[in-house]
Each structure stands twice: as C-alpha cells, then as structure tokens.
Design a protein around this ligand. Structure first.
Ligand code: URA
Length: 203
C-alpha cells in the first residue's frame, strides 16, 4: 500500500454525500517520509478546484508559518480530516468525518510521523479522540504537547488554531505564531532548545 494508492481511492470515493458536490477530492501532499504531518479540517474552495490542500489564503499563512520555523511545505505532509469540500465551507458533519477518517488513519500509519499538528478544532478533537482522549475546547488545548499512543507507538500531537481562524480574527494570530515557535523548538528547527521531547532532527 502506498500513499499514491490511497490518494487514488480518495479520488474515487463515494462513502459520503460530499463526493456529489466536489470538483476534486484533496488527498493531501508532501514528503511521504515526513516526520511531521499537518492535519486541517476539510478543503475549501481553492483546494476543491485544484485538488491540493491549503492553497488559498489560509494556505499562504500556513506556508509562512512553516518557513518561520525553517520548514518548507515539501519537508512535511499536509492533509485534512475530510478530503472533500463541504458545500459553502460549512463544518464537516460527524458522519462525514467518520466516513473519511480511515483514509487519514491509513495515511498516518504509512507516513509514521513523530509529530502530528492538528490545525483547528475538528482536527484536534478528532485526533485526540482517536488517541482515546475526549476534549472539547480548542482554546484550552492549543499549543499543548500531548504524548499519545497512536498506531502502535507514542507520538507527539500538538493542536493549534486553524490558520483561517487567525485570518478571520487577527487577534488570534499571535497565538498561532506562539504555537509554531513551540513547534519549531520541539522539532529542532528553531529556537534555543534544539531537539526537544527526545526527537531526532531530520535534516
Ligand atoms: N482549510 C483546511 O482545513 N484545509 C485546507 O486544505 C484548506 C483550508
């Protein structure tokens, strides 16, 4: 099983009604051996048109935040919990998340990252639930480092705000930047603390 094979399955998927309104499914992209994976919520309009994750305004902010800690998009893997755009960018429904989740689980099993960054509430709560933790508030858990047992081993899960939230409400942007600084310290690409949490650098 390869990431390309999973992407093909996603493009052919009809497990939930979102396949009817999609232009293109958005499986995700990046380094198949990435040590860090970013998981957003669901594609928006630009992503739906291009079939690529985070290519609109939120994507530009994500790219900027990555660069601020010494990472390029191609160093990491970027995907979403839900692979098809919910009409009008509404929140994904629980049954759509359930239908789509096996794809994300298989992607994460194959990539086998040390660090998973959940972008936004849906992604954070979904990934924490997979790890057996029930949380409710993204504001309470953002920027926290969770050591979780996922897919057979311990991994680091860091929830942060969705970049689109910081575009909508600029007062949230410093919080997102603070979380990325912390991420840079954990993964050893920025900050003084070098490699944190027992992780090896991968450059
Ligand atoms: N927002 C998301 O959650 N994912 C994308 O791919 C784009 C915007």
């Amino acid at each position: 099983m390869s990431l390309d094979r999973i992407a093909e399955e996603i493009r052919a998927c009809r497990r939930c009604p979102l396949h009817r309104s999609r232009t293109r499914a958005v499986p995700g992209e990046g380094n198949p051996k990435a040590r860090i994976v970013f998981v957003g919520e669901a594609p928006g309009r630009n992503e739906d048109l291009q079939g690529r994750p985070f290519v609109g305004a939120a994507g530009r902010l994500l790219t900027e935040l990555l660069l601020s800690i010494g990472l390029r998009r191609e160093d990491v893997f970027i995907t979403n919990v839900v692979k098809c755009r919910p009409p009008g960018n509404r929140d994904p429904r629980p049954e759509e998340i359930e239908a789509c989740l096996p794809f994300l689980e298989r992607q994460l099993q194959l990539i086998d990252p040390d660090v998973i960054v959940a972008l936004g509430r849906h992604s954070a709560l979904t990934l924490l639930r997979l790890a057996g933790r029930e949380e409710r508030s993204i504001m309470r858990i953002r920027g926290k480092i969770f050591r979780v047992e996922l897919f057979g081993r311990e991994r680091t899960l860091m929830p942060t705000l969705h970049p689109a939230a910081a575009l909508y409400n600029p007062r949230l942007r410093p919080l997102l930047e603070e979380d990325f600084r912390k991420l840079g310290e954990i993964v050893g690409t920025s900050g003084d603390s070098g490699v944190g949490e027992g992780l090896e650098p991968w450059f």
